[in-house]
Design a protein around this ligand. Structure first.
Ligand SMILES: [Zn+2]
Length: 320
């Protein structure tokens, strides 16, 4: 109840602010013929509650559950490094005006607890209830691998948590959030079946996934692939000579046809693996961020399909 009251109070503050900003925007518009950004960000008629997510993948999932009733935005932009992100004063101002913030949890967003500490805005950890896989090595050994969304089966749990949170935020539309969640979970199940079916066609000697970050533990578990990487979590973003040597040895010994790297980090070290072995560079996988709208993975479902295709193309490559 208090939560909703707070949301209402913030909304009336926001209405006043929005009216003031709209007046400013009108003055500005009168002086200048083309200001699409100002017009787009200041819409006084948009009274919907605001939900912020910590990164773009969660924003897309949340949008599918929210439908038209909530305004969903990501704090970090497309392509941002989300583990060690440094929030800006603008992010904090935006979050202070939000009605709900969704974070992944599992130590994904190293910056998040400090970020929300000073804010009077409820937040929900969307990975709650996921069965985690522990990180096997590095400084993070034994901690849960945070990339749980890379299994569409886990994403179904995320979606349930979102529907519950949205129903509490906006009880009048709770039934619709539940229905949206159910429909989206059906799509997630279909993609999950599709991925595991396609990856099941790989021969035993093609079942190794080599990436920069150890972000594929959940997908590898679903698809029965072994996982090898240059560093466990992107907050490090560099590997020791021993880790690089171990990956090169594995790729050579097992004649792995292709290796990969993720969109939010440099593939420089992985190119060393390519040079030191017969493996080809299989391309850029998406994990921690979607692409721009016109890019290869503007939605989470497309991210899963893109990564699966790239992995299959790379690992079924004949010779090198
Ligand atoms: Zn990551």
């Amino acid at each position: 109840m208090g939560r909703i009251t707070n949301a209402m109070r913030r909304k009336s503050i926001r209405t006043a602010l929005t009216a003031a900003l709209a007046a400013t925007a009108l003055t500005f518009l009168a002086a200048c013929t083309s200001t699409p950004d100002a017009a787009a960000t200041v819409d006084p008629s948009d009274q919907r509650p605001v939900v912020l997510t910590t990164f773009t993948v969660l924003a897309d999932m949340a949008q599918n559950v929210a439908g038209e009733h909530l305004r969903v935005e990501s704090i970090t932009k497309v392509g941002a490094e989300i583990h060690g992100y440094q929030p800006t004063p603008g992010d904090i101002a935006k979050a202070a005006e939000a009605d709900l913030i969704l974070d992944n949890g599992l130590n994904l967003e190293a910056w998040f607890s400090q970020f929300v500490d000073g804010l009077d805005v409820p937040h929900v950890v969307v990975s709650d209830g996921v069965e985690t896989i522990s990180i096997a090595e590095d400084a993070y050994e034994g901690l849960p691998n945070p990339h749980a969304w890379m299994s569409p089966l886990n994403a179904q749990i995320y979606v349930d948590n979102m529907a519950t949170a949205f129903g509490e935020l906006d009880p009048g539309n709770a039934a619709e959030y539940a229905a949206n969640a159910a429909a989206y979970k059906t799509e997630l199940q279909a993609v999950s079946d599709e991925l595991t079916d396609e990856l099941a066609t790989l021969a035993p000697n093609q079942r190794a996934l080599i990436t920069c970050e150890g972000a594929f533990s959940y997908l590898a578990r679903d698809a029965g692939l072994s996982e090898h990487y240059l560093w466990a979590v992107n907050a490090e973003q560099q590997s020791t000579p021993r880790q690089v040597a171990a990956v090169i040895d594995f790729v050579r010994d097992n004649e792995v046809p292709a290796v990969f790297c993720e969109s939010t980090v440099s593939d420089r070290t992985m190119q060393q693996v390519v040079e030191a072995s017969d493996a080809a560079f299989g391309g850029t996988l998406y994990v921690d961020s979607l692409s721009e709208a016109g890019g290869p993975v503007p939605t989470y479902l497309e991210l899963l399909r893109h990564d699966t295709e790239l992995i299959i193309d790379g690992l079924t490559r004949a010779g090198s």
